[in-house]
Design a protein around this ligand. Sequence first.
Ligand code: FES
Ligand code: FES
Length: 170
Amino acid sequence: MTSTARVPDHLDDDALQTVTLTVNGSQRTVAVPTHRTLLDGLREEVGLPGTKSCCAEGECGACTVLLDGKAVNSCLVLCVEAEGHEVTTVEGLSADGLTDLQEEFLAAGAVQCGFCIPGQVVSAEYLLRTNPSPDETQIREALSGNLCRCAGYQRIVRAVQATAARRSER
Ligand code: FES
Ligand code: FES
C-alpha cells in the first residue's frame, strides 16, 4: 500500500498569489505559490534561465541578481517579497550585447564551464557600480559569495581589474 505525503496548506501549489515585478525594465505579472523563490519565479515563470539554480541555500551565489540595484541571492528571496521592486538579471545587464565586464571575462579566460559566470558577473557589476576602483582584496571580498567549481578565481579577479581600468579611461 502506498501513501501520499500531505503537503501543508501553506505550501499548497494551488495557493497562487499574483505578483508584479519589474524585471529588466519591464513589468511582469506572475502567479506563484507564496513559498516560491524569486529564483524560481525568474527561471520558471518569467522565462529567464540566465540566473542559475544550484545550492538554493545562499551558499554559492549562482543565483545572484540585482534587487533595487543591490546584489542578492535570489534563492533567499520569496517571489512575493519582490513585488513592486526592480529586478535585474544577467540578461538585463547584457540586453544590448555583451558588457565590457563580460568581454573581459572572456578575454581573461575566466569562463570555463560557465555555470557560475552569470552570478559572478552580476556581483562584479554591483561591486564596480558601488566601488569603481576596487583593489584585489576588495574584489575577492565582493566575490567571496560566488563559488566557482572550476576554480577560475584568479582569472575572474583579472577580468574585474581589467574592467575597472577600462571604465576609468572613459
Ligand atoms: S542557488 Fe542561491 S546561493 Fe546557491
Ligand atoms: S566557470 Fe565553472 S563553475 Fe565557474
